[in-house]
Ligand binder design. Structure first.
Ligand code: SF4
Length: 363
């Protein structure tokens, strides 16, 4: 494909021009649009707005399970048979010491997730106290994810100093009834609208892999653009045993990367996060995600493990990116790995064993 196509994509995106559905569809599916120049085009937009910085997030599951909702992808849903360790809300001191650790691990933002349909007025007050306390102790941005929130709750959280509210759209309006029946797409939109009206920055994204079509992926990106969402997590479904997702979509590393590129072109200056499932779905292509995306989770997700801290930081450093933190990526890596720069993987020896060198040799 002629280079002009890619140059036009960059030009349009830098001017914040919207792409047609047809054009978006081709980015996601057409083999005539090749992956490498596409990633390069997305990188030019990322670099223009976000430089070479990576925002590192650490997620804190402040409470696990006990949720009355039935989001089919979630291990904490009442309908899920996933084998999780349920626990009620962590004590304030536990959450605060985890915030400290997140700050010292180079996290720019600390995300607290509370399972449930949405907080009661009393729970809103608890959240406000926590937000105030964290902000007074550490220079770290605070984000919470707490389900459906109305105008009053959003206003109080803003006054307490909350920087961001996470509430993912997850999928398109058309596909929503296929992934959840206890609340609607409109409920989700209303929460985002309340948070926006209160002046809280929005974090909202998608989970791909739940039976959505290409058109649904495009629709979510355009909805996020309309809402002015400044932080967009792109999650790839982690198929947790016991969850109730009924229909899956076929994801390949290439398609996953194309989605990130499209989201970058349609939301050029947003913080775009390659979020849950990057390790399993991008596999050997994982590092390429940092060209369209400028944000990730350091070491795992709500109920599932991810990369180790050291591996994630090394990937960022090896690709020549820097992290947005009071600490440098080198400082934190040194802390995580000790002084051995040649360490390949945690718990793995650097040297091959005799058995690996001479597999034919009988014991
Ligand atoms: S995503 Fe949130 S609201 Fe839905 S089941 Fe999980 S914890 Fe409950």
């Amino acid at each position: 494909m002629n280079r002009i196509i890619y140059e036009e994509l960059v030009e349009k995106s830098l001017k914040s021009e919207i792409l047609s559905d047809e054009h978006s569809h081709r980015i996601l599916t057409s083999q005539e649009i090749e992956l490498l120049p596409l990633l390069d085009a997305a990188y030019q937009v990322r670099k223009h707005f976000r430089g070479k910085e990576v925002m590192v997030h650490i997620i804190n599951n402040a409470q696990n399970g006990f949720c009355p909702e039935d989001c089919h992808y979630c291990a904490q849903a009442k309908t899920s048979k996933a084998n999780i360790e349920e626990y009620p809300l962590k004590a304030d001191e536990e959450i605060l010491s985890e915030a400290k650790r997140a700050y010292e691990s180079g996290a720019f933002r600390y995300c607290m997730v509370f399972a449930g349909r949405g907080p009661s007025p009393r729970r809103i007050d608890v959240l406000c106290t926590l937000v105030k306390e964290i902000k007074s102790r550490y220079p770290i941005q605070v984000c919470i994810s707490a389900g459906l929130i109305g105008d009053q709750g959003a206003k109080k959280l803003k006054e307490a100093g909350l920087d961001r509210l996470n509430h993912n759209l997850n999928t398109s309006e058309r596909n929503y009834p296929n992934i959840c029946t206890t609340h609607t797409f409109q409920d989700r939109l209303n929460t985002l609208t309340s948070a926006k009206a209160a002046g809280i920055e929005l974090c909202s994204g998608i989970i791909v892999g739940m039976g959505e079509e290409v058109a649904d992926v495009i629709e979510v990106a355009k909805n996020l653009r309309r809402l002015g969402v400044k932080s967009i997590p792109v999650n790839y479904l982690i198929p947790i045993e016991g969850n109730t997702v009924k229909k899956f979509s076929h994801l390949t590393p290439e398609y996953c990367l194309r989605i990130l590129c499209l989201y970058r072109f349609l939301n050029p200056d947003s913080e775009l996060r390659v979020a849950a499932g990057r390790e399993g779905h991008l596999r050997s292509m994982e590092v390429m995600a940092l060209y369209p995306a400028n944000s990730l989770f350091l070491d795992g997700y709500l109920n599932t493990k991810g990369s180790s801290r050291a591996r994630t930081l090394r990937m960022i450093k090896d690709a020549g990116f820097v992290i947005k933190s009071d600490y440098s990526v080198e400082e934190i890596l040194k802390e995580e790995e000790g002084k051995n720069n040649f360490k390949i993987e945690e718990n793995q020896s650097f040297m091959k064993t005799l058995k690996e060198l001479r597999p034919q040799l009988k014991a």
